[in-house]
Write a protein that binds this ligand. Structure first.
Ligand SMILES: [Zn+2]
Length: 188
């Protein structure tokens, strides 16, 4: 499984590094080096950060707190107070520096700054009453994403990640069904 940036928000993408949360979670961040790779791959974050074990643990705690709050939003229930404290405290930290140059935007900062930025961006989406947060329609995915489509008709976190897989599975099921129906017709 690769990192996917399909949630429409970097904090939700961080949350999405755990898949299949209900039946056998799959965690893509198992060591600080995984987190360093994720930060480098995520748009809008510094290209290179160093994660020690303490920083890695803070990132995982931010991730799980953000998941809990996003799920609270999806299920339309009050926010979990402990998770609010984690996200709000993380958001109060220093932010990455941005510089404009001919090559475009340069973003720099350490892991602490990255986590504050992620916490703030999570807060922005969780605080927006118009933000349509949904859980992916492929059972087993469990990714929460921001549906920005017209009429909010998106069903899956991403077409490559889930939509095409669901459609392919449905196609195979139809093929199997018609093949077994054919088998019932006696051959002449
Ligand atoms: Zn999905």
């Amino acid at each position: 499984m690769n990192f996917a940036f399909v949630s429409g928000n970097p904090a939700l993408d961080l949350v999405g590094t755990v898949g299949s949360r209900r039946d056998g979670p799959v965690d893509l961040l198992t060591a600080p080096a995984d987190l360093e790779r994720w930060v480098a791959a995520c748009e809008g974050l510094p290209d290179r950060v160093t994660a020690d074990l303490a920083g890695f643990e803070s990132a995982l705690s931010l991730r799980e707190a953000t998941y809990r709050l996003a799920l609270d939003r999806v299920l339309e229930r009050p926010f979990d107070p402990g998770s609010l404290t984690i996200v709000n405290d993380t958001a109060a930290g220093p932010l990455p520096a941005v510089e404009l140059g001919d090559a475009g935007l340069r973003i720099s900062g350490d892991l602490r700054a990255v986590l504050s930025h992620l916490a703030r961006s999570g807060i922005t989406v969780l605080a927006d009453p118009r933000a349509r947060l949904k859980e992916c329609g492929r059972s087993g995915c469990t990714r929460i994403y921001l549906d920005r489509s017209r009429g909010a008709r998106r069903t899956w976190c991403g077409m490559d990640e889930c939509g095409n897989r669901v459609k392919a599975a449905a196609y195979r099921a139809r093929r199997r069904a018609s093949a077994s129906a054919d088998a019932l017709i006696p051959s002449l």
